[in-house]
Design a protein around this ligand. Structure first.
Ligand SMILES: [Zn+2]
Ligand SMILES: [Zn+2]
Length: 413
């Protein structure tokens, strides 16, 4: 009974965000109880490891790893890859690397997990050399391999390498590009400002572009302030994803950068009418084996006073050095800014809680279900410098390793 309900939980949902993570925690809790009563098989362990990877719960994950070893299941089926995925997603590339090297039989999935890990940590160049190593061992890349590589090229601005890989994929490996590959290519071109080329590329696609493809163009238009093409991209995006808060905000930013305030107000009004501004974020931090979750604007935590005091003293120190940590470019006082909608700033609470409740010098690992805004990025950089601690934040896009005032992603702040 317990086993079946536990499995149901472990397999629960492919949805994202708070609910999914909440289910994962429930599942892990259940799994711990289950270990005392029954003998889980490798399938159960794989599901539990996936739940740990999704929530960034390294300690639970290690616990499960120990059980896996004890039961001699470490090389059973997908277990080695589930372990790799766990360590990569929890930001422990060292463990992942040890796991990868120790495991004799690697398949394309193992290579792909490592590749995606390097990309998520902002090491597009390492991903490329790792790919060459993969080819040298005789492993055949698949479509997932190329999604990771193209994404890596796009983030690192490696346009020529991206094109070369895209062509090799089709010509050398006969892989038919899917929507993800196209979205990566449009992103690659748009980010460096080749907007017309990106638009032509979309028009020549043999399959119907989805919101991600148009969204990549829209994002490029925002970065390079090309309002006209941006509006066109937004029209397609919002037809396909009419209730996506992120795309609405992108469009609103495009207008804000162009000084078209009436248009900004119009998009904001639509968002309010659709109820898209109530999408709360959540961050998690593991302290002494327990997971603590913080919702955006959560004032109910028993330690909230201490948390706010820590943050306040950091803000004061930042202000003293000429950096305003709470600036946000809201249009009116009542307006919710882009950062409030897309970031929620919940990681600040989680990090402050971590600082209070862990030993000085130890690193803090936070997982969040939204992106990290520039303001939070700046604050976390500053905290890492002030308290001399490593802070790792895994957001929906990538890993940020903050150390001594700077971040691995190269982002500002
Ligand atoms: Zn933020
Ligand atoms: Zn960063």
């Amino acid at each position: 009974m317990l086993e079946s309900s536990c499995m149901r939980l472990l397999r629960a949902g492919d949805s994202s965000g708070f609910c999914f993570n909440h289910k994962c925690f429930e599942a892990l809790f259940c799994f711990r109880h289950m270990l005392a009563d029954v003998k889980p098989n490798s399938v159960t362990f794989i599901a539990a490891l996936a739940a740990c990877a999704a929530t960034g719960s390294l300690r639970y994950g290690k616990e499960i790893h120990a059980h896996v070893l004890r039961r001699g299941l470490a090389s059973e089926g997908y277990v080695p890859n589930a372990l790799l995925d766990l360590y990569v997603k929890c930001g422990h590339t060292g463990y992942a690397w040890a796991q990868f090297s120790a495991h004799g039989e690697k398949d394309v999935v193992s290579w792909n997990i490592m590749l995606a890990g390097f990309v998520a940590h902002g090491h597009g160049d390492i991903a490329l050399s790792f790919f060459n190593e993969m080819l040298e061992t005789g492993e055949h890349p698949d479509e997932v391999t190329f999604v990771a590589l193209l994404c890596g090229c796009s983030r690192a601005g490696m346009v020529s390498q991206g094109w070369e890989l895209f062509h090799r994929m089709t010509e050398e490996y006969s892989i038919v590009p899917n929507l993800k590959h196209y979205a990566c290519m449009v992103d690659l071109l748009s980010r460096v400002g080749r907007l017309t080329q990106a638009y032509d590329f979309i028009n020549r696609m043999p399959i119907t572009p989805d919101a991600a493809v148009w969204g990549a163009l829209l994002n490029g238009c925002r970065i390079h302030r090309h309002t006209e093409l941006g509006e066109l991209a937004a029209k397609f995006v919002l037809e396909l994803e009419p209730n996506d808060a992120g795309y609405h905000v992108l469009l609103s930013d495009l207008y804000a950068d162009a000084g078209k305030w009436a248009e900004v107000a119009r998009v904001r009004k639509t968002m309010r009418e659709k109820g898209l501004e109530q999408d709360y974020g959540c961050s998690w931090v593991e302290v002494k084996g327990d997971i603590h979750a913080f919702l955006t604007g959560d004032e109910s935590h028993p330690q909230i006073k201490e948390i706010n005091a820590v943050l306040h003293s950091i803000y004061e120190r930042m202000k003293a050095s000429g950096f305003d940590p709470i600036e946000s470019y809201s249009l009116e006082d009542k307006e919710v800014s882009k950062d409030d909608v897309l970031c929620g700033h919940s990681e600040r609470l989680a990090v402050a809680f971590g600082l209070i409740n862990t030993t000085p010098g130890t690193s803090i690992f936070v997982t969040k279900n939204q992106y990290t805004c520039q303001s939070c990025h700046g604050i976390l950089s500053m905290i890492s410098k002030i308290v001399r601690r490593e802070i790792i934040v895994r957001d929906t896009k990538e890993f940020h390793h903050f150390r001594d005032g700077s971040c691995s992603c190269g982002g500002s702040g």
